[in-house]
Design a protein. Structure first.
Length: 108
């Protein structure tokens, strides 16, 4: 648990739901775009990705400096995104860092 890595994706857009056997499944171009953006060229191990649609409804300046990028999404063309790589000092769990080696092994 102490080595948990997070990658967050924020996208806003229309979609449809369709019944597949007993389950409702989301479908549409925005769902495909979200999935394609998960296969991106971002080198960081932890980041928050925002699509251009999110920037239209939410002020990203709240988070501080974000990096503007363009990702090539197979079959959908280029997509403009913003990426925030949190400072490791902010997300580091200091309690986990202080415990001993054996206790860390048990927690995993």
């Amino acid at each position: 648990m102490g080595n948990l890595i997070l990658k967050l994706f924020f996208h806003y857009g229309d979609f449809i739901t369709k019944k597949v056997i007993r389950f409702d499944e989301m479908a549409g171009e925005n769902v495909i775009l979200s999935n394609r953006l998960m296969e991106n060229s971002i080198d960081a191990s932890e980041y928050i990705l925002f699509t251009e649609n999110v920037k239209e409804i939410f002020d990203l300046d709240y988070f501080g400096e974000t990096e503007s990028r363009t990702e090539d999404c197979t079959g959908l063309g280029k997509s403009h995104i913003s990426v925030l790589c949190p400072d490791s000092n902010i997300i580091e769990n200091k309690k986990i860092k202080k415990i001993g080696f054996i206790k860390k092994a048990i927690l995993r």
